[in-house]
Write a protein that binds this ligand. Sequence first.
Ligand SMILES: [Zn+2]
Length: 167
Amino acid sequence: MKKSILLYLFLISSLLTFAQDEVQIDGRIQPILNDFFEYCKKYDIEYSDKLFQLESIQIVDTLPLDKHSTVLGKVLRDENGDINKIVINWATMFDKEILRVVAFHEFAHHFLDYKHTCHDCNEIMAEVNTSYFDIARDWDNQVEHLFTTSPVYLNNQQETATNLASN
Ligand SMILES: [Zn+2]
């Protein structure tokens, strides 16, 4: 009897915990996400709605990692085509600069509405990057460029201009 009550309580509490943690975020990515959100605040970009659209941001060992096809990070979509998960290849954890570039790249797809800016041009939103270290070395400029040329930021600027014009 006692046992079944305990089990019942356990089930209830795990259901509650599950309902509260709407977005599951890997602890190793959380500080990078916090950093990204600081930039969102700096550039006046709303991020909480988009955050709660996500189910999870995880480090996974299921992305391809070989000579011809390596995927370091990816956004996954639900049946409506909306991004619901962000996954980062475990291999990026060998270097914290690479992890940060890849994470910012994936975050920018989701939070800043980015598509790739080029194939390989040494910027965060390039489709592939031959040198992550060039980006890391020039980090502050890279991030400023990422935010100030992002679709969400440009859209906000345009709206502000339109509002000013119609006042
Ligand atoms: Zn991408």
